[in-house]
Design a protein around this ligand. Structure first.
Ligand SMILES: Nc1ncnc2c1ncn2[C@@H]1O[C@H](COP(=O)(O)OP(=O)(O)OP(=O)(O)O)[C@@H](O)[C@H]1O
Length: 254
């Protein structure tokens, strides 16, 4: 089943400084359970694509659909994870992860139990009564992941969620997120400046070019790499060959 579809999508921003054509002619389909990576030069429209899927922005041209429904406003079916975790400092971890449910008016016993189970699965049960400042950056991002998953989204948008983390923690989180998405058969879109991360985590990588933002090329990741964890994928000889190929493509995209 198609989870996300873009048909002839264009996006124009109008500001006092003038007009910017951020995206033009964006066409793609993402299948349910697939994780795609968006890479490209700064300003090519990666975040704009995420905002369109999230319903934070309506396209000035074309159609964006999530599970066949035209996107017209933010929906609980689409979860968002950003570089900053936006945990509320005055709430405990337990209360932070229930925030989404509270906002949606879905704080039922079953949902709360599921949230606690997720906290446990992510190795954070001991932190439930702590406050965000008592946690490391990697732990905070795991809490943010639990909070996102607790709302039961079908699609997860990942906007550079690892870029503020140490390399080792980043690799661990990449693995955790990749396996969680696969296990729960969630569809994901990852925006990253780290090409290695995109190839190591995703099923397909879209290379974008800018002025206006377009999708320049699509690279399906070979099964041998997809079957491996993001850490092991980086060691595979095909990974290096693909990295070099996409890297060259990216150099021409600026
Ligand atoms: N709210 C806005 N108002 C006006 N212009 C905007 C707005 N948001 C983005 N733009 C412009 O649209 C283009 C695409 O921006 P976008 O943030 O989507 O790119 P990006 O690829 O995510 O960039 P980066 O990698 O630097 O985060 C840029 O030229 C940007 O200046």
């Amino acid at each position: 089943m198609t989870a996300i579809s873009f048909a002839g999508v264009g996006q124009k921003y109008i500001t006092v400084a003038g007009e910017t054509l951020a995206l033009r002619g964006i066409e793609f389909l993402v299948e349910e359970g697939e994780l795609i990576g968006l890479v490209g030069p700064s300003g090519c429209g990666k975040s704009t694509i995420l905002s369109l899927i999230a319903g934070l922005l309506l396209p000035t041209q074309g159609e964006v659909r999530v599970f066949a429904e035209l996107v017209h406003s933010p929906s609980p079916d689409v979860g968002y994870m950003l570089q900053q975790d936006y945990l509320l400092p005055w709430r405990t971890i337990h209360d932070n992860i229930l925030l989404g449910l509270e906002i949606q008016g879905k704080k039922t016993k079953a949902n709360m139990e599921q949230a606690l189970r997720l906290l446990h699965e992510m190795g954070l049960a001991h932190a439930a009564d702590q406050h965000p400042h008592q946690l490391s950056g990697g732990m905070r991002q795991r809490v943010a992941l639990v909070r996102t998953l607790t709302a039961n989204p079908q699609v997860i948008l990942l906007d550079e969620p690892f870029s503020a983390l140490d390399y080792q923690i980043k690799l661990q989180l990449e693995e955790l997120i990749q396996s969680t998405l696969k296990e729960k058969r969630l569809t994901g879109v990852l925006v990253t400046h780290d090409l290695g991360e995109a190839i190591a985590m995703c099923d397909r990588v879209f290379v974008m070019s800018k002025n206006p933002g377009t999708i320049k090329s699509v690279y399906p990741i070979p099964e041998e790499i997809r079957d491996l964890s993001p850490f092991a994928a980086r060691e595979h000889p095909e990974f290096h060959a693909l990295f070099r190929q996409v890297w060259r493509d990216l150099q021409d995209a600026d």
